[in-house]
Design a binder for this molecule. Structure first.
Ligand code: DSN
Length: 413
């Protein structure tokens, strides 16, 4: 970064500070990761200079010979990785990708059925504060209050009662695998489009550590920067019969020119996800989450559904007498970075809810294993017992930094 360091030292210092921060902290945000150096280089490549409205071979601008090649490469790799009939790699991120799906299949006022936000759903699955909940008639299913698991009988009941145009499977905070055959059967019975938002677990699907929704769903969206470990972007995968509707919804329906440098980085991230070592990464991500979950349960943490079989955990802190926000702030001071989160049956405000969410994609990319998971559980326990004790938090922070120094950071070291 010699040009940046001389031309904009102020910004360069911020980049360096963030590098140091990402190296010296334990990053447990379930939706974050560390991309490779190759992905960083592709993200910063000259494709940032290009406008390419349209699709490969049918653009509204000349000079697309290389942009077409890049976009075709990303599409072919995504098709191969997930077994998809059609792929659109242009959505700017997960929320626009999900909007494109509704735009393709719904009219304003149509009914959609998805997972309740405080039970692990996503804003774009029809939350009242999102355009998706304002322009569509959103109905939500919840987790079973006894088990913390999806209740497929309730989903079927609601689907038959409300006859949604789109049935949504997917989440941003549900720690279990989804049964796509059951979702497909319900969608068929009520005549809905089955839409799977696999943003959180796409990398696990790619690495064979989670069932693949693509054979079951009409349409699947994913971001590319979570477990999939690519740049910040998104893709839509669908059956060939929906290809035209999806492509038209993305462009010209919602977006202008694609971010070609992101497309280039998606292509190279997908190459990495096709390598055998990505299977090991996906398996280790789940293994680490399960070790961490068990260690937390042993220390009295109340995990929604009692554990995890994917990359994330949702913890209800009501029995710890500390709110999610107070816990998250104290954990950050201790060097453990995660987010506060609503939990099923939430009684507090979303800005200071009862829970925290954490995941293992980043720490697994960094090479952490079972011993480090045990240590993280111990640090979390100590932190929550000392949320107001700055000295105790600083001591944990020093221990966290010492451990981090032993693990090189992908893309940076
Ligand atoms: N904001 C993302 C997450 O953290 O899960 C979902 O879009």
């Amino acid at each position: 970064m010699s040009a940046l360091s001389t031309q904009d030292p102020e910004l360069f210092a911020m980049v360096k500070a963030e590098e140091a921060y990402q190296k010296s902290t334990i990053r447990l945000i379930a939706s974050e990761n560390y991309v490779s150096k190759a992905v960083l280089e592709a993200s910063g490549s000259v494709f940032a200079n290009k406008y390419s409205e349209g699709y490969p071979g049918a653009r509204y601008y000349q000079g697309q010979i290389n942009c077409d090649a890049v976009e075709r490469l990303a599409i072919e790799r995504a098709k191969k990785l997930f077994g998809a009939e059609h792929v659109n790699v242009q959505p700017y991120s997960g929320s626009p990708a999900n909007l494109a799906v509704y735009f393709a299949f719904c009219q304003p006022g149509d009914t959609i059925l998805g997972l309740n936000l405080s039970h692990g759903g996503h804003l774009t699955h029809g939350s009242k504060v999102s355009l998706t909940g304002k322009w569509l008639n959103a109905v939500h299913y919840s987790l079973n209050p006894e088990t913390g698991l999806l209740d497929y009988d309730e989903i079927r009941k609601l689907a038959l009662e409300h006859r949604p145009k789109v049935l949504i499977a997917g989440h941003s905070a549900y720690p279990r695998q989804l049964d796509f055959a059951k979702f497909r059967a319900i969608a068929d019975e009520c005549g809905a489009i089955l839409f799977v938002d696999m943003a959180h677990f796409a990398g696990l699907v790619a690495g064979g550590a989670h069932p693949n929704p693509v054979p079951y769903a009409d349409v699947v969206t994913t971001t590319t920067h979570k477990t999939l470990r690519g740049p910040r972007g998104a893709m839509i995968l669908c059956k060939e019969k929906h290809a035209k509707a999806i492509d038209k919804a993305v462009f010209p329906g919602l977006q202008g020119g694609p971010h070609n440098s992101t497309t280039a980085a998606i292509a190279t991230a997908l190459r990495e996800a096709l390598l055998p070592e990505f299977k090991t990464y996906a398996a280790n991500t789940v293994k680490n989450a399960q070790v961490l979950a068990a260690a937390l349960v042993k220390r009295g943490f109340n995990l929604v559904s009692g554990g995890t079989d994917n990359h994330l955990m949702l913890i209800d802190l009501n029995n710890k007498n500390v709110s999610g926000k107070v816990a998250a702030v104290a954990l950050e001071k201790a060097g453990l970075v995660l987010n506060y989160n609503t939990v099923p049956g939430e009684t507090r405000k979303a800005s200071d809810p009862s829970g925290i969410r954490l995941g293992t994609p980043s720490v697994t990319s960094r090479g952490f294993g079972a011993a480090e998971m045990e240590k993280i559980a111990e640090w979390m326990d100590r932190t929550l017992q000392s949320v107001e004790d700055e000295a105790a938090l600083l001591k944990i922070n020093a221990e966290v930094s010492a451990l981090c120094a032993k693990f090189p950071v992908p893309g940076l070291d």
